[in-house]
Design a binder for this molecule. Structure first.
Ligand SMILES: N[C@@H](CCC(=O)NCCCC(=O)O)C(=O)O
Length: 258
């Protein structure tokens, strides 16, 4: 029987009670555990100080979480401006190289919201900000509420590209998703294939076209309703299958030495 897979989960740099933290919202960790059947392992955003190759030797997949912070615009050739804030440059310095190394090794990758935007930037794409101000665009921002269930409520339909990875996972050509973002893909990386779009044309899901393994990014938040929403559950189950397959082939360092 193969070992339970381990999934690396990104973290944000935050300050709570005047103390700096590396923090990850519980919903992502719980979705990895209960939705994918894998062990979540938080990765501190320590940037270049991390030996990512050694870390990737010991895990079976990578989950990139959402965050209220934005990828620093200089990473996709845009001048910084207050409208792109808040930043988390330590997270950028960790996740962008992690994305490139994980894909190069064929490690299963699921990128959510900010993580999806990081995926596009890591592979040479760019982002728009305040997309709700663009003609014809819906307002994709979270509803104003003190209640998370309301902020993460399912909000709009997305059309799924026939024959896509997401299409096979969902066994459908359309699903309904939540929406908590004000940025979106501007220039799509040439390495990404569109998997789904919103009615206003916003790209909502991508796949790394040249990846040898599962490598999917979604702009919505499947982790939040993974226990009750069929589409959310299907995505995390598919990710779980991919990381279990990876675990079955990864020789634990302890055994490799024998
Ligand atoms: N900051 C980016 C990415 C949005 C994102 O990851 N949202 C998740 C956090 C949602 C929340 O708690 O408000 C953007 O705004 O596009």
């Amino acid at each position: 029987m193969s070992a339970t897979p381990i999934v690396l989960v990104s973290s944000d740099n935050r300050v709570f009670d005047h103390v700096r933290w590396h923090a990850t919202p519980a919903q992502y960790l719980e979705a990895v555990l209960y939705g994918s059947g894998a062990i979540p392992l938080m990765l501190p955003s320590l940037g270049g100080a991390l030996d990512l190759e050694t870390i990737l030797d010991r895990v079976d997949g990578v989950l990139l979480t959402g965050s209220r912070s934005n990828v620093h615009p200089s990473l996709y050739g845009v001048e910084p401006d207050v409208k792109y804030e808040p930043y988390d440059e330590a997270r950028d310095a960790t996740t962008l190289p992690l994305i490139r190394k994980a894909i190069a090794r064929g490690k299963p990758l699921l990128a959510i919201c900010r993580g999806y935007q990081e995926l596009n930037v890591a592979l040479g794409g760019s982002l728009h900000t305040e997309i709700q101000e663009f003609d014809g665009r819906m307002d994709h921002r979270a509803p104003i509420s003190d209640h998370q269930d309301e902020r993460y409520a399912i909000r709009h339909r997305i059309e799924i590209v026939p024959g896509s990875c997401i299409g096979r996972i969902m066994d459908s050509d359309a699903i309904a998703v939540n929406s908590l973002h004000r940025q979106g893909i501007a220039e799509l990386s040439p390495r990404l294939a569109i998997e789904a779009t919103a009615p206003d044309g916003t790209i909502e899901a991508v796949r790394v076209a040249d990846a040898s393994g599962f490598a999917v990014g979604v702009q919505w938040h499947p982790e939040y309703w993974v226990g009750s929403d069929n589409a959310s559950s299907r995505l995390f189950q598919a990710f779980g299958e991919a990381v279990r397959a990876e675990a079955a082939t990864r020789v634990p360092q302890s055994l490799a030495a024998e």
